[in-house]
Design a protein around this ligand. Structure first.
Ligand SMILES: Cc1cc2nc3c(=O)[nH]c(=O)nc-3n(C[C@H](O)[C@H](O)[C@H](O)COP(=O)(O)OP(=O)(O)OC[C@H]3O[C@@H](n4cnc5c(N)ncnc54)[C@H](O)[C@@H]3O)c2cc1C
Length: 399
C-alpha cells in the first residue's frame, strides 16, 4: 500500500541528513565544485548516518532501513549536490543491493558487510568506450582458466572509478554468444582494486557533478577467483539490468531533490529581486515557472514513492522505477533551466547555486538509461513488446 506519510524513522532520517548537510556540506559545496574536488572525508560521515548501508539488513552490516528511506536519503543528498547522491546510487543502489540479492553468503561476508559498514566503497562497471545504451556491445571478456577467470577490457564513464575499492563488472564469458550478441554469454564479477592488472583514472574534462569522481578503469588480464562470479555464468546481463532497477530508483529520487533545490532557490530569489518596481515573483511568467517546478516536484516524488513502496512489498517495479527515473530527470532539466532563467544574469554566474544545478542535472538524463531509452521502454510496455519475466533472484521485500 502506498502511504505518503513518512514514518517516524523516515522523518528522523530526513531530518538527520538535512542537519548534517546544512552543517558539513552546504557551506563547502561551492568551493568543492569549483575545485573539481571529491571530498573523501564525507564518506565516513555518510557511513555514520547509515547512508552507505541504508537498506541493507542489519545482519549484513547495514542500517536495515526500508526502500522508501533510500529514496528519502537520495532526495536529501541531491538537494545538497548531485555528487553525494551519486555515491549512494552506485555504492548502495547498483552494487550492494545487487550483492544482497544475487551474491553468495561468502560474497556477502567478504564484500557486502564491509560495504554496508562503509569500510569499503563500491561501484558498477558496465559502460565501455564503444558501448553505453547498447550494453550487448561491450567488448570486455572473461576467459575461464582453471578456478579463475581472466578479465581483459576497459570500462568508461564509471562513477567513483578512482575512489572505489570494489567493482561489479560485466564481461563476455562465452565468446560464441558474444559473436551472436546473445546476452546469455555475459557474466558478472566482483573485482577488487588491489587485483593485479587493474588500473583506473579520472575523467578531467567533465563539466558537471564536479565535486564527484567519474573515470575509467582498465583490466589487463586481471585474474578473478571463481568465487567472485556473481550469479551463475551467463546471468550477467540480467544482473546488470536488476542493478539498474535499484540505481535508477535513487536517480529518480535524487532528481526530485534537485527540482526542490531549484524551486526553493527560485522562490527565494523571486521574492527579493525587483523589476519594474515589483518583486519579479509578481510577474505572471515567472509565476508560471515556479508553478511548473512545484508540480514537477510533487509528481516526481509520487512516482519514486510508488516505486519504493513496490520495492518494500517485494513486487517487481522495473516499469514504475523506469518511469520515475525518466520523468524526474527530464523535469529536473526543465527546473534547472528555469531556475537559471529566473535568476537572470546572476543565474549565469557561479555566485548562485542554480548554475551548478543546471550543469549537474544533465548527467542523469544520460546515465542509467538515457531519456530516449526510457521513452522506448515505456512505449514498449504499452504496446506489449516488453513484459518483465521473473528473474532467479529478486530484491527481498522489506519485512
Ligand atoms: C556522469 C556520468 C556517470 C556515469 N556513471 C556510470 C557508472 O557508474 N557505471 C556505468 O556503467 N556507466 C556510467 N555512465 C555511463 C552511462 O550509463 C552511459 O553514458 C549511458 O548509458 C549512455 O550511453 P552512451 O554515453 O554510450 O550513449 P549512446 O548509447 O552512444 O547514446 C547516444 C545517443 O543515442 C541515443 N540512442 C542510443 N540508442 C538508442 C535507441 N535504441 N533508441 C533511441 N535513441 C538511442 C541515446 O539516447 C543518446 O541520445 C555514466 C555516465 C555519466 C555521464
Amino acid at each position: 500500500m502506498l502511504n505518503l506519510d513518512l514514518t517516524e524513522e523516515q522523518q528522523l532520517l530526513e531530518q538527520s541528513v538535512r542537519e548534517w548537510g546544512a552543517r558539513a556540506v552546504a557551506p563547502r559545496i561551492h568551493d568543492l565544485d569549483r575545485a573539481h574536488q571529491f571530498d573523501r572525508a564525507l564518506l565516513p560521515q555518510m557511513a555514520d548516518l547509515g547512508l552507505l548501508g541504508s537498506c541493507i539488513p542489519q545482519k549484513y552490516g547495514g542500517a536495515g532501513m526500508d526502500y522508501v528511506s533510500l529514496g528519502i536519503a537520495s532526495e536529501e543528498l541531491e538537494y545538497l549536490d548531485t555528487s553525494l547522491r551519486v555515491i549512494v546510487s552506485v555504492h548502495v543502489g547498483l552494487n550492494s543491493l545487487t550483492l544482497l540479492s544475487w551474491g553468495t553468503e561468502d560474497q556477502k561476508s567478504r564484500y557486502l558487510i564491509p560495504q554496508a559498514q562503509g569500510q569499503k566503497i563500491a561501484t558498477y562497471g558496465l559502460t565501455e568506450p564503444s558501448a553505453g545504451s547498447d550494453a550487448r556491445g561491450i567488448q570486455s571478456v572473461a576467459i575461464k582458466k582453471g578456478d579463475r577467470y581472466v578479465l581483459t577490457g576497459e570500462k568508461m564513464w564509471i562513477s567513483l572509478a578512482d575512489v572505489a575499492d570494489n567493482f561489479l563488472v560485466f564481461a563476455w564469458s562465452d565468446l560464441e554468444k558474444k559473436k551472436q550478441r546473445d546476452p546469455n554469454g555475459i557474466s558478472a564479477f566482483i573485482i577488487e582494486r588491489a587485483f593485479k592488472g587493474f588500473s583506473s583514472g579520472t575523467l578531467k574534462e567533465k563539466w558537471g557533478i564536479l565535486a564527484g569522481n567519474t573515470g575509467f578503469f582498465k583490466m589487463d588480464e586481471v585474474e578473478v577467483p571463481q568465487d567472485n562470479l556473481v550469479g551463475r555464468e551467463g546471468e550477467g546481463f540480467k544482473i546488470a539490468m536488476f542493478a539498474l532497477d535499484q540505481g535508477r530508483y535513487t536517480v529518480a529520487a535524487g532528481a526530485t531533490g534537485l527540482i526542490r533545490a531549484c524551486r526553493d532557490a527560485s522562490v527565494s530569489y523571486a521574492k527579493q529581486r525587483k523589476a519594474f518596481g515589483v518583486e519579479i515573483g509578481s510577474h505572471q511568467l515567472v509565476k508560471e515557472m515556479l508553478a511548473q517546478m512545484e508540480s514537477d516536484y510533487q509528481a516526481s516524488r509520487l512516482l519514486w514513492m510508488r516505486a519504493g513502496s513496490l520495492k518494500n512489498a517485494g513486487r517487481r517495479n522495473t516499469k514504475e522505477t523506469g518511469l520515475a527515473k525518466w520523468f524526474a530527470t527530464v523535469a529536473s532539466e526543465r527546473a534547472a533551466s528555469d531556475a537559471v532563467q529566473i535568476h537572470g544574469a546572476n543565474g549565469y554566474s557561479d555566485e548562485y547555486p542554480v548554475g551548478r544545478f543546471y550543469r549537474n542535472c544533465k548527467g542523469a538524463v544520460i546515465y542509467e538509461g538515457t531519456r530516449e531509452i526510457h521513452k522506448v521502454m515505456q512505449a514498449d510496455y504499452l504496446l506489449g513488446y516488453r513484459t518483465d519475466r521473473p528473474t532467479r533472484c529478486e530484491l527481498p521485500p522489506y519485512a
